[in-house]
Design a protein around this ligand. Structure first.
Ligand code: PLP
Length: 411
């Protein structure tokens, strides 16, 4: 027998070869920047050729606590040596503490653990429909949910059914009925769309993919009042905005608004695993009975160990305060660029959407130029860039990233 040992060691493959392989063998549903990450720590990513980049996207807020955060990696490593998966057919010693502590962080009674963000949103929709049918008394099959224009809640068939982004929808029909779209930030339009069949309002308190759109003050409180007075569930999708990003535990906290259901994800998995949840009180989540909903991986011990660690980390308030302080600095630097290539800056905490003069290039062009200077950011629609670095970033690193951004705007 002959063995070709050259195949038993990983060959060194260049960035361009990696990119070619992805082009050849991965579905083309993404168009990533030409950077091939090999290792990362904190706010920094190193590519296969050893070039370093400051990560100013943080996995769309999935990496709020930094790459390979020590506390999180320690929890994962410990749990890997104990128990990783049981399915919900049996109990694990991790699920109870995770649900108890996450519920407490949210000021709620119950947690429905899932995996991805889209699953959390799907689950919240199912819970709202069930609640509407069994508790509110909406005739079966008639429940309606009001959503906002420009929303992003994930990619499943039902969720793209109420997207208004043609790219997300075209060719994917037939769609799930039962959704009404109203302009974001307009409480009167929301009121007009609610009727006897309405079981829930589903909104992002700050719209992420739409370009970090902060609603007018008073909007969320008005929606809260409307939901209470019409017996409609207020569901806030805090998958991207929640868990420290905006300088508070939840974006809703900025306006002292408490929804009936939170959907959480992204940072809940500590940058390690997909971990998501719907969190609410028992009079709502309690409508689910055995067999009516589930997930093989939802609430698995490894995910619960990671989620518990994230909840404990947020329990100190350190991350929220740090995001608030660094966010003030980031927004200050970005505002200095208004008029010098930047036309608008939006956001809260360590989360910024930046509109760039379109004559300077598309958002994607600018992100490529930024990457060449060692800063990884992401465009959204057209000429909007977003900056959402891991909360471990330092003031000096933000300054350096902003210097690179200013240089890109002026070349
Ligand atoms: C990312 C995101 C989702 C979907 O999460 P996935 O884990 O990608 O399925 C849902 N809602 C919001 C607000 C998001 O930002």
């Amino acid at each position: 027998m002959t063995v070709d040992i050259t195949h038993s060691v990983d060959p060194i493959i260049s960035s361009s070869e990696h990119i070619g392989m992805v082009d050849d063998f991965a579905a083309h549903n993404y168009s990533p920047l030409p950077v091939v990450a090999a290792t990362a720590e904190g706010a920094w990513i190193t590519d296969v050729e050893g070039r370093r980049y400051l990560d100013c996207l943080a996995g769309y807020s999935a990496i709020n606590f930094g790459h390979r955060n020590r506390e999180i990696i320690a929890a994962v490593t410990d749990q890997l040596g104990r128990l990783t998966l049981t399915s919900r057919a049996f109990h694990s010693d991790r699920l109870g503490p995770f649900c108890r502590d996450l519920a407490a962080l949210c000021g709620k009674e119950m947690v429905l653990p899932m995996n991805t963000g889209a699953e959390a949103v799907e689950s919240a929709i199912k819970v709202a429909r069930k609640w509407g049918t069994e508790v509110k008394g909406v005739p079966a099959g008639q429940a309606s949910i009001v959503v906002a224009a420009g929303n992003f809640h994930g990619r499943t068939t039902t969720i793209v059914s109420f997207s208004d982004d043609p790219v997300a929808r075209t060719g994917f029909g037939p769609f799930t009925p039962g959704f009404r779209i109203v302009p974001f930030g307009d409480a009167e339009a929301m009121a007009a769309a609610i009727d006897d069949t309405t079981v829930a309002v589903l909104i992002e308190p700050i719209q992420g993919e739409a370009g970090i759109i902060v609603p007018p003050d008073g909007y969320l409180a008005a929606v809260r009042e409307l939901c209470t007075s019409t017996n409609v569930l207020m569901i806030c999708d805090e998958i991207q905005s929640g868990l420290g990003r905006t300088g508070t535990t939840f974006a809703c906290d900025h306006w002292d608004v408490v929804p009936d259901l939170y959907t959480l994800g992204k940072a809940l998995g500590g940058g390690v695993l997909p971990v998501s949840a719907v969190v609410g009180d028992s009079n709502v989540l309690g409508v689910l009975r055995p067999g009516e909903h589930g997930s093989t991986f939802g609430g698995n011990p490894l995910a619960a160990a990671v989620g518990s660690t994230v909840v404990h980390m947020l329990g100190t308030g350190y991350w929220q305060d740090r995001a608030a302080t660094l966010g003030t600095h980031l927004h200050g630097r970005l505002h200095e660029l208004i008029g010098g290539g930047v036309t608008a800056v939006r956001g809260l905490g360590l989360w910024a959407g930046v509109d760039v003069d379109p004559t300077l290039g598309t958002g994607k062009d600018l992100c490529k130029k930024l990457a060449e200077r060692g800063v990884l950011a992401k465009d959204t629609h057209g000429s909007t860039l977003r900056f959402a670095p891991p909360i471990v970033i330092t003031t000096d690193e933000i300054d350096w990233a902003m210097d690179q951004f200013a240089a890109v705007l002026h070349t």
